[in-house]
Design a protein around this ligand. Structure first.
Ligand code: OTU
Length: 652
């Protein structure tokens, strides 16, 4: 019955659009729309069905998809068809990513184009360029306060530069990831400007209130994202004489997705960047998309419906494009951004693995894997055709996003343990060489997060300043150890630019206008290309890190069981310093890799008889695929060097 209604409606809509779309060959569009229309219509009516203008909005939605389908370049249509056939394409172990700011990496988009060879040298074939859309001159939260969603910020370049870059990347089989800030706009965005001038239509694009009544209700249950620099979740706008919801900085206005016009605008924007050649879209702050009084305004059911609807609509117009969910939330919540109650992903196909990231940092500080194992056990198994983005750090602060219950199960007292970690990484702990800074210190709760580059947080900055060779060596080993895990865990490893060269904190960054007060800028480096040349000179820090990562990436790409088919077994062993997991896949019998990582500075042993099928003489001798060497084994006991790792396999 319902299906009948929606088909009649679909035909009605298509009839109304006829003149525009019948000029084109839209057979694929029609087929895909038919296949997805039931879901699209029911999601759209769940969200907006009670509005008097529902039918009109539904028409606009389909019109938006059709227009973007027609505008999609042929080359991308072909790619869509290819990826529809090879639908698991992004699960392959072949992908290795890097995230960067175009300005910090090489001045601008043209600079990125000129340095594509650098990605190829390292083996990176997925490039995430951080926000490049137009944003205000002064503070813009690193581009996450967008003032025009269809223009490139002049500091990054032009639309032509992006088109050029996107086609050069495609010619080299490198994927392009672009950021779309779906949750909010800058207060300088045209919609906000119109709202400020009193335009009611655009005030409805945001959450605005004439009194504190509603804001006060919201505040009772909403946490603060930037408590030290932007406390509270509402800002008084003098021009508008109204309060506006600003969950992040006071100049970032939250979009009101209970208004279908907002949804349609944003879909149009997503498809616009898809048509400019983005293979993957990173959807920023997706947990925040729906606000409800009495809740934290994160992870609401409607936020999931919005993402499902975005996905289904994208599936009709640009099915080759996949989404990354940036949801830095608790493990049981993050998993839902792939889609709930589904078999394959129906929201975002990829999600940041913030749980693994935070747990790795815990393990570096404690040198003990018990919380890492415990935290990973609490991370639910994800859907099929969905994968993680595994990272050590990104442009943001490192939040200690694991559960207090897991901390307790690991045997620590949660608040003391969190305090220890903050102290450890901000250099207030005797036994630590880390030089990080606190971020987002919350005086009320005592919570804080951590800023600092990978190299600085693992002690390389301290060691270089002190000229201590043995600490230099150890910190390089930790850098490689962490990379060996994001590359073998299952999912797409996402390197952070500068880490491949051991870049330390940029302590001057905080003196620059628009950056003071936001410690994240110390780990958003400007690459010093003459220093980067040292990667070719054996013996230098740059060489040691870069050449090892280059090898690691090349080896990862050859190991098929490193593709992500939910094929990882965590092996808890007796030794508390060793993190061990097994990668195998039933469809690839005979292939199996044992990953062993030692988080302690001293060597440790692992009895191979402890592990099913891994005893040396059972299936032939073992080899470490990364180094190509035989590991040290004595009496069926594996010896793992201090901060060392193995990717072990039986010699076939
Ligand atoms: C994201 O951040 C971006 O990555 C940040 O760079 C932006 O400042 C922020 O959105 C606003 O656009 O929203 O879902 O702890 O991890 O703010 C999580 C700070 C986010 C970030 C958090 C994050």
């Amino acid at each position: 019955m319902y299906e009948q209604v929606s088909h009649t409606l679909l035909n009605d809509i298509l009839n109304q659009l006829k003149p525009e779309i019948y000029k084109q060959d839209i057979r694929h569009f029609y087929t895909r729309l038919g296949a997805n229309f039931y879901a699209i219509h029911s999601l759209f009516s769940k969200l907006y069905g009670n509005r008097p203008d529902f039918e009109q909005q539904a028409l606009r939605l389909v019109e938006t998809m059709a227009r973007n389908y027609i505008n999609r370049p042929d080359e991308l249509h072909e790619l869509d068809t290819k990826r529809e056939r090879d639908y698991n394409w992004f699960l392959s172990q072949q992908w290795v990513g890097m995230a960067l700011y175009s300005q910090g990496f090489a001045d601008n988009l043209q600079g990125v184009s000129k340095n594509i060879g650098y990605f190829q040298e390292l083996g990176v074939n997925l490039v995430h360029i951080m926000p490049i859309m137009r944003c205000p001159e002064g503070e813009s939260d690193g581009g996450y306060a967008v003032s025009d969603f269809r223009q490139i910020d002049s500091r990054a370049g032009t639309l032509d530069d992006l088109k050029q870059l996107s086609s050069e990347l495609r010619n080299r089989d490198i994927l392009l990831v672009l950021d779309v800030v779906v949750n909010h706009t800058s207060n300088e965005h045209e919609w906000a400007q119109c709202a400020r001038k009193g335009d009611k239509h655009y005030q409805d694009y945001f959450y605005t209130f004439s009194t504190r009544n509603v804001p006060d209700m919201f505040e009772q249950s909403m946490p603060e994202v930037f408590p030290d620099t932007s406390p509270g979740n509402f800002t008084w706008d003098e021009d508008m004489q109204r309060w506006v919801m600003t969950v992040f900085n006071d100049y970032q206005w939250d979009l009101n997705y209970s208004n279908p016009a907002v949804f349609i605008e944003m879909l149009d924007i997503l498809l616009y960047w898809a048509n400019l050649g983005a293979d993957i879209l990173r959807l920023d702050a997706v947990a925040f998309l729906w606000k409800k009084i009495g809740s934290t305004c994160q992870n609401e059911r409607e936020a999931h419906l919005i993402l499902q609807l975005m996905k289904d609509c994208c599936q009709v117009t640009a099915p080759g494009v996949v989404f990354i969910a940036e949801a830095i939330v608790a493990p049981v919540e993050v998993i839902k951004y792939f889609g709930e109650d589904a078999v394959i992903a129906k929201e975002c196909e990829i999600a940041y693995n913030a749980t693994f990231m935070a747990l790795l940092w815990d393990t570096v500080a404690t040198k003990n894997v018990k919380l890492l194992n415990q935290g990973l056990k609490s991370l639910p198994v994800k859907l099929e055709r969905a994968t993680w983005l595994n990272y050590i750090r990104c442009h943001d602060d490192i939040g200690l996003g694991f559960d207090d219950s897991d901390i307790a199960l690991a045997g620590y007292e949660p608040s003391r343990h969190r305090k220890f970690l903050i102290d450890y990484y901000t250099g207030h702990f005797d036994d630590s060489y880390a030089s990080g800074l606190p971020f987002g210190l919350n005086e009320k709760t005592g919570d804080a997060r951590i800023s600092g580059t990978l190299a600085s947080l693992v002690g390389l900055q301290y060691a270089l300043e002190a000229g201590d060779m043995s600490i230099i060596d150890d910190s390089i080993k930790i850098i490689l150890l962490l990379h060996s895990l994001i590359m073998s865990f299952g999912g797409i490893p996402l390197l952070y630019y500068g880490d491949e060269l051991g870049t330390i904190n940029d302590d001057n960054a905080l003196n620059e206008p628009g950056k003071a007060g936001d410690s994240r800028w110390i780990h958003r480096p400007t690459i010093d290309w003459s220093k980067a040349e040292q990667r070719n000179i054996p013996g230098t820090v740059e060489y040691k890190i870069f050449s090892a990562l280059k090898r690691m990436i090349a080896v990862r790409k050859e190991i098929e069981v490193f593709a992500d088919f939910n094929n990882r077994d965590l092996l808890e062993v007796e030794n508390p310093h060793l993190f061990v997991f097994d990668r195998a896949f039933s469809a690839m019998p005979g292939q199996r890799v044992l990953v062993v990582a030692n988080f302690d500075a001293r060597p440790h042993v692992l009895g191979l008889d402890e592990l099913n099928g891994w005893a040396e003489n059972q299936n032939g001798p073992l080899i470490d695929l990364y180094s190509g060497q035989s590991p040290d084994i004595f009496n069926r006991t594996l010896v793992v060097p201090g901060y060392g790792f193995y990717w072990l396999s039986h010699v076939i």
